[in-house]
Write a protein of this length. Structure first.
Length: 354
């Protein structure tokens, strides 16, 4: 257990909560301290070192107001007027560079609250600056209600194949790819597991091992900005062959659980992780024109993923093939709350139990 001794924020903090395919996303609506910076990535750097900002993050993510798998974001100004707003994604261990399920939730929140005006029927784009770049959530409305959200991600690409990683289960082969964050992909069967709740503790344990074994290697360096370095998580997956969803042109069917940060578990199929998986599947020739990845989560919820374009990413003389992906899901509002700390409460901003 980790017990925080922080005094906490000076006042109360208000939030609205959503879930995307079962994964929580807590949006701060009032009581957020100023987070300065010329870009969202700059603001992320400031947040890491600001006691005021950290006090709010810990208040909202730690028990008894949150839990070890809580997730959320601070809405901040965009990098420029080409986006509607920016966001800093946070979890129990700090601030991530990308978050697909959060992007889907923010798209729904933006139109539900009127922050971005949407027609009652048809598609509305919500443009969001995140630490890894600019993403666009396309919100489909019908009868004034959100039906689904599809976000277009930053370029995703393969980094390395079949990296041998020593673990307590023996050598494990991992593929590394980028989808706004770096992910290691490991087939669950290769370590004697399946992506089911029955194997939940073992999936967390091996996911943490693989992530930390690769995190400080040369493979974990971002092409353009060292602030985006590091392996964010491990995607353990089951390959279920091809799906037969009648409204789509077939494609791979996989189930995954993403173990990110330090042992945090994504209940959704992981949006940026789905982009990272698509980069690998495209490199394997498994995403033919018009095909869709059916990506299921450990709890049975689903994202749909598409490759919509082939591009190149480059840094200096280095060029690498990449893909632009779209990930489709749905987010639902679960409630609102206003949090604070009683002056006599010795727990302060709370504690974490894993």
């Amino acid at each position: 257990m980790h017990l925080s001794t922080d005094a906490g924020p000076a006042g109360e903090v208000s939030v609205v909560d959503y879930h995307t395919a079962g994964e929580p996303f807590r949006i701060v609506t009032a009581g957020q301290p100023e987070i300065p910076g010329a870009t969202v990535l700059d603001r992320r750097e400031f947040a890491w070192t600001s006691p005021e900002v950290e006090a709010v993050r810990k208040l909202l993510v730690q028990e008894p107001r949150g839990h070890a798998d809580m997730y959320g974001g601070f809405v901040v100004p965009p990098d420029n007027d080409g986006a509607d707003f920016g966001v800093l994604f946070w979890h129990k261990d700090g601030y991530s560079t990308a978050c697909g399920h959060g992007t889907i939730a923010l798209g729904a929140w933006a139109v539900n609250t009127g922050r971005v005006v949407a027609a009652p029927d048809g598609d509305t784009e919500v443009v969001i600056d995140v630490p890894s770049g600019r993403v666009t959530a396309r919100v489909r409305m019908a009868g004034g209600r959100v039906q689904r959200v599809t976000f277009s991600n930053v370029a995703s690409y393969l980094v390395a194949r079949r990296i041998e990683v020593p673990t307590s289960r023996g050598p494990v082969l991992a593929d590394l790819s980028y989808g706004g964050a770096l992910y290691a992909s490991v087939e669950a069967a290769s370590v004697g597991l399946a992506v089911t709740p029955a194997h939940y503790p073992e999936l967390i344990a091996i996911g943490r091992e693989v992530k930390w074994a690769l995190n400080d290697t040369d493979w974990a360096r971002h092409l353009g900005d060292p602030r985006l370095d590091g392996v964010y998580g491990t995607i353990l997956f089951d390959d279920l062959g091809q799906h037969e969803l009648s409204e789509y042109a077939g494609g791979p069917h996989q189930r995954n659980v993403t173990v990110f940060a330090d042992g945090e578990v994504d209940r959704s199929p992981c949006g940026s992780g789905t982009s990272a998986r698509l980069a690998i599947l495209a490199a394997d020739g498994r995403m033919e024109s018009g095909q869709v990845l059916r990506h299921d989560s450990i709890i049975g919820t689903t994202f749909l993923g598409r490759v919509v374009a082939g591009v190149e990413v480059e840094h200096g003389a280095e060029r690498r093939p990449a893909v632009i992906t779209e990930i489709e899901g749905v987010a639902y509002r679960t409630g609102t709350a206003t949090f604070g700390i009683d002056a006599d409460d010795p727990l302060g901003t709370g504690f974490l139990l894993r």
